[in-house]
Design a protein around this ligand. Sequence first.
Ligand code: AMP
Length: 119
Amino acid sequence: MPEETIFSKIIRRELPADIVFQDDTVTAFRDISPQAPTHILIIPNKLITTVNDVTEEDEAAIGHMFVVAAKLAREEGIAEDGYRLIVNCNSHGGQIVFHLHMHLLGGRPMGRMVARPRD
Ligand code: AMP
């Protein structure tokens, strides 16, 4: 079994977080260190460590993450101007927390898609 992260504790509400959405499949909460006016993390309730660990049985959950992202973007008032969805994987992707998560970032122009490490 993969090792749990703080995100599992947030899902179970054992750690405080600003949860903006939760159902049986997905939890979404505000990033503790926001990089944009809206910065929400959308995660599967099932512990999937990285994108490399996604299997066919996760397809519904991964698809649902996008449905929730679109719903939250509308609620945040950023749908029309647009936003960025990011999923980091392992060290080159810049992944820090090893529980798969989608960043929903918006509320300002998000700039270049990919920054070089010195940026
Ligand atoms: P990543 O680099 O894709 O693994 O991003 C992990 C994200 O989790 C970072 O943006 C952190 O600010 C965020 N984060 C870490 N701990 C917490 C927490 N307890 N509550 C909310 N966000 C967190």
